[in-house]
Design a protein around this ligand. Structure first.
Ligand code: MG
Length: 373
């Protein structure tokens, strides 16, 4: 790897792991984090968790696994262009959705509602909880024992109330500081990835129409550019040629704008980065285009009646499961029952949040359909 910039996160100068371990031999600390994330159970679960479309709707839609790989791909190329630590960016990208419930936002809203009287449920905080506590693979500690920098990036948002209970990892939310540039990149790479793949999945599913998307400036501009080069292009190839141009423009703008911010603020260390305003973002013109598209997706895709029906079912499944386990924690598998003796609602939230879409559907059937077992 070429030399990183002085404001990059440094594996050698990491703020370390919660439990001391001998340094890795042939890889950096951040590479080790990335590798632990890939070998985790939570990572494999991403394959059967969805954001907008549920698995059984088709084999070609994004899952949280393919989404996270796209975030990692975009994140790595931005990090490399800015001479930042690619491995850290990748580690954060691959773990950023670990805390998501089954069925995307609908599931998370339902679980948050169920948990209202018991401290609530935040998916970002849950992602941290997965890597800090819930993964149980190592003899000497719970969790994956990741570096501070990876954990800081995974905890993208956090309420002040929860931040106060988290110690040093929550501090920046109380004093308004920033995480590393690598974490800032992973965050924006997430937005670029889902905006663009939701366009693609929305068209594939027939919930969005090309004519509607042609009303959105960002899409129209790049569809026209694709048609200028290939006037007879139609169908999936036209969509792909448009989407790849949109991603390219957003990434190029992000790199250029972050470069300008870095020249303006001249951070000389990660400490400077943590004290500066957020330095990774789009230029204001591109930010507008990006937000337009986001708004369009919210109205036309996320609120589409067919998505709303699926979301209503998802909320019902999650609340039914939570309710059944709260009434009788003995309905849970033994390991979660054991944890329920301390804090039953939290143990139930952990169990439900960890479910994949299909597991939640199956578990619901087992608990509520008399003919199942
Ligand atoms: Mg994401």
């Amino acid at each position: 790897m070429s030399e990183c910039a002085p404001y990059a996160a440094s594996s050698a100068a990491s703020r370390g792991r919660r439990y001391r371990e001998p340094p890795p031999r042939n890889r950096s600390e951040f590479q080790r984090d990335r590798d632990r994330i890939i070998h985790s159970t939570a990572f494999r679960r991403l394959e059967y968790k969805t954001q907008v479309f549920v698995n059984h709707e088709g084999d070609l839609f994004r899952t949280r696994l393919t989404h996270s790989l796209e975030v990692a791909q975009i994140g790595r190329s931005v990090a490399r262009s800015l001479r930042l630590d690619e491995d850290l960016t990748e580690a954060i990208a691959l773990a950023h959705d670990f805390g998501h419930t089954p069925f995307g936002h609908a599931g998370q809203d339902a679980l948050n509602r169920c948990m209202r009287a018991y401290g609530g449920f935040e998916h970002n905080l849950q992602s941290l909880r997965v890597v800090d506590v819930l993964e149980q693979r190592y003899a000497a500690f719970d969790g994956l024992n990741l570096t501070f920098e990876t954990r800081e990036g995974i905890l993208k948002h956090c309420s002040r109330k929860n931040a106060r209970m988290l110690g040093e990892i929550g501090e920046r939310f109380l004093r308004g500081g920033q995480p590393s540039l690598e974490a800032q990149i992973a965050n924006l790479a997430d937005e670029i990835a889902y905006n663009n793949h939701d366009v693609d999945d929305g068209l594939r599913s027939g919930l969005l129409l090309l004519e509607e998307l042609a009303e959105v400036r960002l899409f129209r501009r790049h569809m026209k550019a694709a048609l200028r080069n290939f006037p007879r292009l139609t169908g999936r190839r036209l969509i792909h040629e448009t989407v790849r141009r949109m991603i390219d423009m957003l990434v190029t703008d992000l790199v250029a704008h972050a470069g300008r911010n870095l020249r303006l603020h001249r951070p000389t260390s990660i400490a400077d980065v943590r004290n500066a305003p957020s330095l990774v973002g789009f230029s204001s013109a591109v930010e507008k285009l990006h937000l337009d598209l986001k708004q369009f997706l919210r109205e036309k895709l996320y609120r589409h009646y067919r998505v709303a029906r699926m979301s209503a079912k998802a909320r019902r499944i999650v609340s039914d499961l939570f309710g059944a386990f709260l009434t009788d924690p003995r309905l849970m598998p033994p390991e979660f029952q054991a944890r329920a003796t301390d804090d039953a609602p939290r143990a139930i939230a952990d169990y439900v949040a960890g479910m994949t879409d299909r597991y939640a559907i199956l578990e619901h059937r087992r608990l509520f359909a008399i003919e199942s077992n």
